[in-house]
Design a protein around this ligand. Structure first.
Ligand code: AMP
Ligand code: GLY
Length: 425
């Protein structure tokens, strides 16, 4: 099969790495890709949300399947664009329809969905400029802390946790009246703060059946000990030690099954990943958010632990035959540690040449994220530059292996957290 993968992060390098291992994969293209995807596929200079350009490419290259990495093209409706075009409608698209992508694209839609299907989540109300005054009243009587969420996509910055009503009202005003996040914050979800430990569960669904992939926990803060600013993710571990059989059974019964049932009952076309961000509060799972794609850097530990042929999973997803699949997981741990540019998640420079170790052990994989080829060099091209995943019998062992490789990688201003998985060591 000829496959086009959309995206350019570490997630896409991990997906490309896994897809090209499949005998079903004839030609793999990544658009726009990075210097890592260039090693296991052919990079194409197209933006992942430029649908007309993507269409021309798919027709010309006789593409059989499009795998969508990031949320943007999904929320913009790439699935529907393909299905409504006679020249494209036979092409398999891995990712939900635009309506399905609302689970990530609209916090209010996701909350309403969870309420309707009895999925445990924080209590909430939604407000716009039309009921702004009620919103202020709601905040005043709300217990602190309180969580404010811009309804739409806000590049991971749309969630603000406020400790005091004055701070919350100011933030609410900025979001709704001053449109701090543009149209994304015209509507705001105000919700109860949940205290617990977070983890992510990944489901691949064909809209009827589903399979559950290995779970993961990511580390969002820039600083060690979970301090400092939020980032896209500084590392991840899989499996998650506290996600034992009893807890995962609750996740299945209370969250996964009702979610898939809800998708079916709403007649949502959904052939792709559902990323469920969970928080464990006194042994009970609550949904913090849905995403309509895989996580980054979670993919960089989930794919290495997945033993199944990913292309086979995608074909079965497309044919609504996921009921025929059993997921097989590598019993080893996997930990990934992200190296970023100096200054990230604030401003940073690009174009720093990267030197890689000439030889690394078979237990370690380097996935590239913000990199590009420039002449003979691979140079930095983003905030999150590359991530090092290692397998091991323990989290401590994985971290030691990834660290050893990171110590041999050089570029100006390299920074990474050395404490990924710290609470499990
Ligand atoms: P989101 O963009 O929805 O993933 O939210 C970003 C982060 O905010 C989450 O990973 C949580 O750490 C935190 N968060 C979101 N909602 C809540 C909540 N209701 N209670 C506590 N923390 C939350
Ligand atoms: N690592 C979190 C995300 O991909 O949204």
């Amino acid at each position: 099969m000829n496959i086009l993968l959309l995206g350019q992060g570490g997630r896409e390098h991990a997906l490309a790495y896994k897809m090209q291992q499949s005998p079903l994969c004839t030609k793999l293209f990544t658009a726009p890709g990075n210097a890592g995807t260039a090693q296991c596929s052919m990079n194409i200079a197209m933006e992942s949300d430029d649908f007309e350009v993507i269409k021309k490419f798919c027709v010309k290259e006789k593409i059989d399947m499009v795998v969508v990495g990031p949320e943007d093209p999904l929320v913009k409706g790439i699935y529907d664009f393909f299905k409504n075009d006679p020249a494209l409608k036979e092409i398999m698209v891995i990712g939900p329809s635009q309506q399905g992508a609302l689970l990530e694209g609209s916090k209010a839609f996701a909350k309403e969905f969870m309420m309707k299907y009895g999925i445990p989540t924080a209590a909430y109300r939604e407000f716009t400029s039309e009921n702004f005054t009620q919103g202020v009243g709601y905040i005043k009587q709300h217990e602190m802390p309180v969580v404010l969420k811009a309804d739409g996509l806000a590049a991971g910055k749309g969630v603000v946790i406020c400790q005091h009503p004055i701070e919350a009202i100011a933030e609410f005003e900025l979001m709704v009246q001053q449109q701090k996040f543009g149209d994304a914050s015209k509507k705001v979800v105000i919700e109860e703060f949940l205290s617990g430990i977070e983890l992510s569960v990944f489901v691949l669904t064909d809209g009827i059946n589903y399979v559950t992939l290995p779970e993961a926990k990511d580390y969002k803060r820039i600083g060690e000990g979970d301090t400092g600013l939020n980032t896209g993710g500084m590392g991840a571990v899989s499996p998650v030690p506290f996600a034992d059989e009893v807890f995962m059974q609750k996740v299945k019964d209370k969250v996964i099954i009702p979610t898939i049932e809800g998708i079916k009952k709403e007649n949502i076309e959904y052939k792709g990943f559902v990323f469920i961000g969970l928080i464990k509060v006194e042994d009970e799972p609550y949904v913090i958010e849905y995403n309509c794609r895989m996580g980054d850097p979670e993919t960089e530990v989930v794919m290495p632990r997945l033993k199944n042929d990913l292309m086979d999973l995608f074909v079965k997803t497309s044919q609504q035959k996921l009921n025929e699949v059993t997921i097989e997981t590598d019993s080893r741990h996997a930990v990934t540690m992200m190296a970023v540019s100096d200054g990230y998640p604030g401003s940073y420079e690009k174009g720093k040449p990267i030197s890689f170790p000439s030889d690394i052990s078979g237990d370690t994989i380097i996935f590239q994220a913000g990199t590009k080829q420039e002449g003979n060099n691979i140079v930095t091209n983003g905030g999150r530059v590359l991530t090092v995943t290692s397998y091991g019998e323990s989290i401590t062992g994985c971290v030691a292996k990834s660290k050893k490789v990171l110590e041999q990688i050089e570029y100006e201003g390299i920074y990474y957290r050395r404490d990924i998985g710290y609470e499990f060591m």
